[in-house]
Structures are given as C-alpha cells and as structure tokens.
Design a protein around this ligand. Structure first.
Ligand SMILES: Nc1ncnc2c1ncn2[C@@H]1O[C@H](COP(=O)(O)OP(=O)(O)OP(=O)(O)O)[C@@H](O)[C@H]1O
Ligand SMILES: [Mg+2]
Length: 497
C-alpha cells in the first residue's frame, strides 16, 4: 500500500542448494519488518513440519523501486520457499497471497486488504486470492473476485495440493445500521445549542461550542454523528479503506456508521494529521465522512492547529516523507469545544471567574487565525438551571432531527452538483454571491449587523452560507430575513479577543 493505493508485488524465491553458506537474503527495498520476515517464515515452516531448504535462499521483491513495508509478505515468501522445495506441486502463478505468519505457522491478519481487493476487482484477468481468515469480514464486501481464507500454513498447503476443504469468501451485502446509542433526547435545555448543532449538521458547517464545565458540550458533540445523514455505500467504503490501512477494522466488515473521533489535546501532530514511519492515516482521516471532535480546543498544540488548516480547506491531507508522499481523504465536520477562560467560569452568573483579563485574552487568542477562520457557527452554552436539569420531559429524538437534516442535504446535493460540491459550507465567495440572494429587508439586517458587530467580509460570507442552510432546513426556496437573523446569532460575539 502507498496511502490507499495498492500495488502488486511479485515475490521471487531462488534456492542455491550448492552454496556452502546457508542463509536467506531479502532484496528489493524491504523495510525492517520485511527483513524480520526471514525469522518468522523460517520458524513457521519448521513448526508446521515442513522442510527448510539447505543452501543459499535469495528472495527478490519486485518491482524494486517501490518500498515494501509491513508483514503481509510473510505468506508469499513462505509459499515461494515451499514451491522451491516442491512441497507445493501445482502451478501457483494464478494466485495472490496475503498474510503475516506466526511462529507456529498460523496465518495472521494484515492491514489494507479492502483497498487491495477493490483495486483487484477492477482488473479483467483476476488471480484467485488467499487471505487470512481474520480478514474475511472486510473481504466479503467485494464482489467479483475469487477468494479463500486460510488459518495456517499447513491448511494452505493442503488447500493448494487439493487435499483440504476450501473456505471461499462469500460476498455479503453490507449491512447499514445506524444505531443511535446516545440520543439527542437525553439533552435537557440547551435549545439554542441543539438548534445550532442541527444547522451545522445540515450544511456540514464547522462548529465551536463554548461554555462552562459540565454544561453539556461533550454530551452534545458526541450526539452529532447520529443526526448526520446515513452513509452511502460509497462513503462507507471510502471510510472503511482508511480503517483497513490503519488496521483499525477489528474484524468488522464495513464502517457503516459515521465515525466520531476525539483525540486528546496532548496528541502529537503525527497522531492527528497522519504520518510516522509507515505514513499511517491520522485522526483527521479516521474522521473522514464523520465528526472530528477537538475538546478543550485552546489546549491543543499550536503546530497541530496550524497543520489542520490545509485539510480543513481541501478535505484531504498529503503526508510527505523521505521516500514517498501519500494522500488520504480527510473530509470531516469539525466540532470543537472550549471553556470561556482557563478557570472555566468567565461569564457565568453564579460562579466567579478567577482569571485575569490577560489570561482570558491569551486563552481565547490561541485559536484565532487558522481554526477560527474555518468555523461557521459559534455557540455559547450557558450553565443549566436546576429547573431545566430536573425537567424529565424528553426532547426531540436524533432520528427526527436527522430526517430534517437529510432533507436539507438533498436540496444542497441538487443545487451544488454542477459545482462538484456537496454542502453549503463548501461554497466560496464567488459562489455565495451567485447563489445567496437577499431581499431588501435582509440586506438592511445584514448591514446593521456588520456595523454593530464590526464583522469582516469573511464573517459576512459565513453568515450567508449559514442562512442558506437554515432556509434549506425549512424547505424555503428564498432566504428570508429570519434566516439571516438566526445566522447572525451564530457569529462570535466577543470580537475583542
Ligand atoms: N444539558 C444537559 N442535559 C442533560 N445532562 C447534562 C446536560 N449537561 C450536562 N449534563 C450531564 O453532565 C455531564 C457532564 O457534561 P459534559 O461532559 O457534556 O460537560 P462539558 O460541557 O463537556 O464539560 P467540561 O467543560 O468539563 O468538559 C454529562 O455526562 C451529563 O450527565
Ligand atoms: Mg467536556
């Protein structure tokens, strides 16, 4: 795998039986994990009761200009050696093998099976595929390929020599369940914030929740994936590919629910953006088609916030390392939360804030610039009054809210299709000018907001985009003054920070 792209590797095994020194050489740009295969393959063969050929064994991994990483080549190497020592007798040129080996000869799960098989399914002349049994669920998503699972090296040999039962992978129609465990109806009060979350979900707008400790910011954020539209098969496959490469599928077939990722604020840039020695996807790609929740936003490292800028703009991330550059999708809805100040109580009616004005300023300034510019909706969440908290009436369910969000998304889909976009939040200045038409009352309303709140041109664009989403939620073809009035409320009010 390079990023999400699969390449076919040919493993050639040559045994020089006359050589005096018995050794195994692996050539063809393998990383340290590939080099260690030598030991795994040797033990696996011996412990499965197969002979290990004497002499000098040279294993060549072609093409030699692609760097090979990981343990998935264990199985093909073992098969090559077994073929060279004639334990396997049949022609195996029409097979593809994937799998890591345990020292006992067991065949273990590898990462990246889904993207590899997807790529294979597009080829006209397809070889049959042999896979670890633990990768079965993800392989069963693919149609039109001939694939079999094996649990051990001896099972594989018996299979190839025609003396064992075969375990073909049967294609399964992926199951789409949208299990809402944490429901919107659990949230008491906070009507303004709930409505803002609905608008944000409808237009895929990024959202910042600000409020004192315990007011329900985390609670609300966790419930946002449940009000987003169900994933399409295409989206689910895109997201599953990323989880497959990150080896986070945990035996699941399809990631059919929108992901919710909430990395801790101490997480490294690599963990969040992606990278490391094998250029793995980071949290922003694991949140692809779902929600990235950054709790305690001002506590995140400055370089992490800076690095988020590009992916937030492009919906993808490019990771460059010495030898290769990979691109992963990273289109997510950003939901961020923060306290109003370091102690958490600034602006609260009943708690005194102990922070100095400078502390408050510094705290809030940390997010200005890179991230703030990309947030469309700002919400202040007050502390819950006891009467609200003790009110046992249930609010609207996530399913009801999702119904409205899906309708609004549909309107956007048809409007934005010609532009190659999906959500109102993706509109640029020129497109906003073209698509968002206000009547004279609307224009006046906006004008006075610009003056009173000292809004920048950028803020005005955001208000217009959000107004469009609010109109879409209502099913209105025109943007009415009340839609603009609501959108103005979602702008940041404490502009002086
Ligand atoms: N509006 C609410 N309705 C129902 N329960 C709530 C509400 N707000 C808070 N709670 C309860 O309080 C707990 C803490 O809320 P939550 O973790 O969402 O607060 P928070 O705003 O994220 O706080 P912090 O700033 O400390 O992270 C929740 O698990 C929930 O039980
Ligand atoms: Mg919290």
């Amino acid at each position: 795998m390079i990023g999400l792209n699969a390449y076919r590797i040919v493993v050639e095994v040559d045994v020089d039986k006359k050589a005096v020194i018995h050794d195994v050489d692996i050539v063809g740009l393998g990383d340290t994990v590939v080099k260690e295969s030598k030991k795994r393959v040797k033990s696996a063969l011996k412990n499965s009761g197969f002979p290990f050929p004497r002499g000098r064994i040279t294993i060549n991994l072609a093409p030699s200009d692609i760097k090979k990483e990981g343990s998935y080549l264990d199985l093909p190497m073992a098969v090559g050696i077994l073929k060279a020592s004639e334990v396997i007798q049949r022609d195996i040129s029409n097979y593809l093998f994937f799998g890591e080996l345990g020292l006992d000869g067991s065949v273990r799960k590898i990462r990246g099976v889904l993207p590899a098989l997807l790529r294979l399914s597009e080829e006209s002349e397809k070889p049959a595929v042999i896979l670890p049994a633990s990768n079965e669920a993800e392989a069963s998503i693919i149609q039109n390929i001939e694939a079999y699972t094996v649990r051990s090296l001896s099972e594989l040999v018996a299979f190839l020599n025609g003396s064992a039962q075969k375990y073909p992978i049967v294609h399964k129609e992926p199951e789409f369940k949208h299990s809402i465990v944490e429901d919107f109806s659990d949230i008491r009060g906070q009507e303004f914030a709930k409505r803002a979350a609905e608008v944000a979900a409808a237009g895929a707008h990024n959202l910042l929740l600000k409020g004192s400790p315990g007011c329900g910011k985390t609670m609300l954020a966790r419930r946002i994936p449940g009000i987003l539209p169900k994933m399409s098969l295409e989206e689910a496959i895109e997201t599953t590919k990323i989880y497959s490469v990150a080896s986070l599928l945990d035996g699941k077939g399809l990631v059919a629910e929108r992901p919710f990722r909430s990395p801790h604020h101490t997480a490294s840039t690599t963990a969040i953006i992606g990278g490391g020695t094998d250029a793995r996807p980071g949290e922003i790609s694991l949140a692809h088609n779902g929600v990235l929740f950054l709790d305690e936003l001002p506590e995140f490292r400055r370089d992490v916030l800076e690095a988020l800028r590009q992916p937030l703009e492009d919906g993808q991330v490019t990771i460059s390392r010495a030898r290769l550059t990979v691109t992963y999708p990273a289109r997510f809805m950003l939901v961020a939360a923060q306290n109003p100040c370091p102690c958490g109580w600034y602006g609260d009616k009943s708690h005194e804030c102990t922070c100095s004005w400078n502390d408050i300023k510094r705290y809030n300034r940390k997010i200005s610039g890179p991230i703030e510019d990309r947030i469309d909706i700002f919400v202040d969440m007050p502390r819950l009054e006891f009467s609200e908290y003790s009110d046992r009436r249930k609010g609207e369910s996530s399913t009801t809210i999702r119904g409205r969000v899906e309708k609004a998304r549909q309107k956007q889909y048809f409007r934005l299709k010609p532009l190659g976009k999906y959500f109102n939040s993706q509109l640029n200045h020129r497109e906003i000018e073209e698509l968002v038409v206000l009547d004279s009352t609307g224009v006046k309303l906006l004008e006075s907001a610009v003056e009173k709140l000292k809004l920048t041109g950028r803020s005005v664009d955001r208000i217009l985009k959000v107004s469009l989403t609010i109109a879409d939620l209502e099913g209105s073809e025109r943007i009415l003054p009340r839609h603009i009035a609501e959108a103005i409320q979602y702008r940041k009010r404490d502009v002086n920070f």
